[in-house]
Write a protein that binds this ligand. Structure first.
Ligand code: NAG
Ligand code: NAG
Ligand code: NAG
Ligand code: NAG
Ligand code: NAG
Ligand code: NAG
Ligand code: NAG
Ligand code: NAG
Ligand code: NAG
Ligand code: NAG
Ligand code: NAG
Length: 402
């Protein structure tokens, strides 16, 4: 057996001990203890956990107690320290913006952290853009939750490569986690311009037992963003997953509230390094939002369309209900198809009434992957890359046990 000094330098050991990525994770047991309602809500939470309580504006001012999530976030130091915020039941009408780099846990109080239906906290915002009635400003203004180092890095912009983000923009949060929280943008109960529930750019973000609801452009995973969602629910109508970054959705439900555009509208960029930017939907369900609207949607909803020709997305081992069109994916539009040999709109072992092999082949836009073609993308470690170096394996921020 080689001695430690030959296999690892002491410096790298010190690096491991003190790097923020090691030993920071809150164990599942401790997280559940913190999320559980107790007489003293912070009982069981890590030291210095902040408490958010909608009624607290009128309470005797207490250190570490905040009336809004954003006021708690703003009280945190802009550094690499690990921070925790426990949010008590309620509807919080606010925009939450996170710019700090250090690990941040947002925990919703709940009697059953394993059940999305039991979530008690909803963050709501009410805004949309891009239509004659709403006016035209960047989509970034509309989001309920934003995790990005600067405002400009969070903007969508226009054109094939979007808003140019200044070269010297640092990475934002490298380990953001949300548990048992609902994020809703309820501008109008139908697609009326981009209306974001989540916007994340230049950041690593994980969501567990969370819901995201709006009608259009619900989730924006922007430039150099890595986002992992497990046991979540995403409800939308038009292009409700869009962006430039990398999104992995595991064991979740995608609810179609009607059919518009596609489920996914992605812009690939090859302006950085060789990359796997795109959307990966694994072992999930793609279904009509409820049984009253399902009959009118049969055969009408598209899996996605290319916002630019380098769109990359894969639905893998996923159930599709009868709402899905025979062709699966579609062109952007008849006048601007935006499909080229760089376009990678794919499925691997999808199943259910929405899977129609004849329809996919006739449609000629959906790639049906073989096992070998799926392999380069088949796990989060293969697709989440490190900032700037582009190295794969950027998953230290993912909670596999939630
Ligand atoms: C806080 O106090 C004000 C004035 O007393 C009252 O109008 C308001 O409803 C209270 N808010 C809460 C959340 O209790
Ligand atoms: C904060 O953490 C990041 C990511 O690990 C690292 O690159 C950076 O140097 C750290 N900053 C400080 C001030 O320690
Ligand atoms: C959170 O979302 C889930 C799934 O849609 C829902 O069942 C639950 O009632 C929601 N809770 C709140 C407080 O909005
Ligand atoms: C949305 O937010 C922007 C920026 O704060 C504001 O100018 C606009 O009036 C809001 N739009 C709606 C429809 O509320
Ligand atoms: C959050 O950012 C949005 C723009 O993205 C801005 O309109 C809003 O005022 C910010 N909110 C807070 C609480 O900082
Ligand atoms: C943000 O982007 C806008 C539009 O591209 C630009 O005018 C502005 O100078 C940028 N602001 C910063 C702080 O980089
Ligand atoms: C079904 O979903 C649609 C679209 O979100 C909504 O308008 C309608 O109220 C829902 N119906 C029921 C019975 O939940
Ligand atoms: C980048 O994409 C463009 C088309 O959008 C293509 O012409 C170019 O060859 C691509 N470059 C690389 C390195 O893939
Ligand atoms: C894409 O097509 C162009 C010609 O249209 C060709 O030059 C290029 O090699 C093709 N690239 C790939 C990745 O097939
Ligand atoms: C499958 O697709 C083909 C070709 O578009 C179509 O004729 C057929 O009706 C579809 N089957 C179902 C069950 O939708
Ligand atoms: C399928 O699309 C490609 C371009 O993406 C085209 O070259 C080919 O002719 C099409 N095949 C059929 C049968 O339409």
């Amino acid at each position: 057996m080689p001695s430690i000094s030959t296999s690892l330098s002491w410096l790298s050991i010190l690096g491991l001990l003190f790097s923020p990525q090691s030993c920071l994770a809150l164990s599942k047991k401790n997280r559940l203890a913190c999320q559980k309602a107790t007489h003293d809500p912070l009982k069981g939470c890590p030291k210095h956990t902040l408490l958010v309580y909608a009624g607290s504006a009128n309470a005797t001012a207490k250190k570490n107690v905040f009336p809004s999530i954003q006021s708690a976030v703003l009280s945190l130091p802009h550094d690499n320290s690990t921070q925790y915020i426990l949010i008590l039941p309620g509807q919080y009408t606010e925009q939450v913006n996170v710019t700090r780099p250090g690990p941040l846990y947002l925990l919703g109080q709940t009697s059953d952290a394993a059940s999305l239906a039991k979530n008690t906290v909803e963050v709501v915002w009410h805004n949309a853009t891009g239509t004659t009635t709403t006016g035209s400003y960047d989509n970034a203004w509309t989001s309920a939750l934003t995790i990005a180092p600067t405002f400009n890095s969070s903007t969508t912009g226009s054109g094939p490569t979007g808003n140019p983000v200044p070269e010297d923009t640092p990475f934002g949060n490298f380990d953001f986690r949300a548990y048992n929280l609902n994020f809703t943008n309820d501008y109008l109960p139908y697609a009326a311009g981009p209306s974001l529930a989540l916007s994340t750019s230049y950041a690593n973000t994980g969501f567990y037992h969370c819901s995201f609801k709006s009608y259009q452009d619900t989730i924006y995973v922007g430039k150099l963003a890595n986002s992992y969602m497990s046991k979540c629910e995403i409800a939308g109508q038009t292009d409700f997953l869009y962006g430039f970054g990398t999104l992995w959705i595991e064991d979740s439900d995608l609810l179609m509230r009607s059919c518009g555009g596609g489920i996914i509208a992605w812009k690939g960029t090859n302006t950085t390094y060789e990359n796997k930017f795109g959307v990966y939907i694994h072992q999930s369900n793609v279904v009509a939002a409820n049984s009253s609207i399902a009959p009118a949607m049969v055969g009408k909803c598209a899996l996605g369309r290319p916002w630019n020709a380098q769109h990359r997305s894969i639905f893998a081992n996923t159930y599709l209900d009868a709402s899905i069109r025979p062709s699966g994916y579609i062109d952007w539009s008849t006048t601007a198809p935006r499909v080229s040999n760089y376009t990678f709109m794919a499925e691997y072992k999808t199943y259910g009434p929405g899977w129609n092999k004849t329809g996919r082949i006739e449609g000629n836009v959906t790639h049906i992957l073989t096992e070998r073609q799926w392999q380069p993308y088949s796990s989060p470690a293969k697709v989440f890359q490190f900032f700037k170096s582009g190295k794969a394996g950027n998953t230290a921020w993912v909670d596999w046990s939630a």
